[in-house]
Design a binder for this molecule. Structure first.
Ligand code: DAH
Length: 347
């Protein structure tokens, strides 16, 4: 029996020595110290021994049991410490490593110019209003004095969704929305930026989608002179103090009189160059005094109120300002061009 105990001790010590993980350790503990293990087995045969033998072997067996218990506990602590150290080692962060470079985005030219114009007009008491891009024919055309069948509709080749619904061809549509929804019919001073759509083939100077800004002022005694002054302020802000505007007679169904407005060429001071095609002037957009039919149709009394409105394309302003010659640069997410936005901004 004594020999058996000594051998068992040897065996357990050897096995413990070789163990490297907690799972096997646990299995081994159950195997040796469990109810069906050899130590329990030896205890169960004690009953058949003499009193002296019982005393002797009982003591030795108990000592073995306590010793093995301790050994298992120690081994468990040891393995747990190793596992913890391993984990800490693997989660170590080397703060001296170079960081991954995060590329910062930059605002798009179009967005930047829109915001600049918004700021200017807000400072003059205007409110920025947006309208839907999917618009009713009613707002885009009819209330702007362009009934169905009107020949001027042809100038704005339209994406129709159904006979009453379309992709707006002009931000002028927002004018009608705002006038109509103003229940008190009091004065209006709004700026409406947004995307517009026309059926066009995309090339260097045409796009099926572009950005416009529309402005509308409705109040008492508003005249063409107010419009001229406002446009002058705008071009000075965008192209410098020397910029001035001129009007040319034109036709839009929603204004009477209607004008096209040009800006003096910022490149050659109106001497004539490649930017202004030798004319000294650059066309910006259309404008005029709000047509009485439009005021009336939107619930404003044309005897009491007058107004002016103007609209223009933002991409064109960006192209002039940043010397861009191809409209597609704005929409064809080419990183080389997008990074250029940043470079040009720093100039
Ligand atoms: N909506 C016109 C266009 O897209 C531009 C325009 C002309 C706007 C005259 C106006 C205006 O407000 O009065 O071509």
């Amino acid at each position: 029996m004594k020999e058996k105990i000594i051998n068992l001790r040897e065996e357990i010590l050897n096995k413990l020595e070789a163990i490297e993980d907690l799972k096997t350790l646990n299995e081994l503990k159950i195997m040796y110290l469990g109810k069906k293990g050899p130590i329990a087995g030896m205890s169960s045969i004690m009953g058949s021994l003499s009193i002296d033998e019982k005393k002797e072997f009982g003591k030795v067996l108990n000592e073995l049991k306590n010793e093995v218990d301790n050994l298992f506990d120690n081994k468990k602590n040891e393995l747990e410490t190793i596992a913890l150290n391993k984990k800490l080692e693997s989660e170590k962060i080397d703060i001296t490593l170079p960081s991954t470079r995060i590329k910062l985005g930059v605002p798009h030219y179009v967005e930047r110019v829109v915001e600049e114009i918004e700021e200017l007009f807000i400072s003059m008491g205007y409110t920025v209003v947006e309208g839907p891009e999917v618009e009713k024919d009613l707002y885009n055309f009819e209330l702007l004095n362009l009934p169905k069948g009107h020949p001027a509709r042809d100038a704005q080749d339209t994406f129709y969704i159904n006979p009453e619904l379309l992709l707006r061809t002009q931000t002028s549509a927002v004018q009608a929305r705002v006038m109509l929804s103003n229940e008190e019919k009091n004065p209006i001073r709004i700026l409406c930026p947004g995307k517009t759509y026309r059926r066009d083939y995309d090339d260097a100077t045409h796009g099926h989608q572009f950005t416009q800004i529309e402005a509308l002022v409705v109040d008492k005694n508003i005249s063409l002179a107010n419009l001229k002054g406002t446009l002058d302020i705008m071009v000075k802000r965008l192209f410098g103090e020397n910029a001035i505007t001129r009007f040319r007679p034109s036709f839009y169904p929603f204004t009477e009189p209607s004008v096209e407005y040009d800006m003096s060429c910022f490149k050659c001071a109106s001497e004539g160059c490649n930017v202004c095609k030798g004319t000294g002037w650059i066309t910006i957009g259309g404008a005029g005094v709000v047509h009485p039919n439009v005021l009336r149709g939107c619930g404003y009394d044309p005897e009491k109120y007058t107004g002016f409105a103007f609209g223009f394309g933002i991409e064109r302003i960006c192209m002039l300002r940043y010397g861009i010659t191809d409209l597609r640069v704005f929409y064809t997410n080419d990183l080389r061009n997008i990074n250029d936005f940043r470079r040009k901004d720093a100039e």
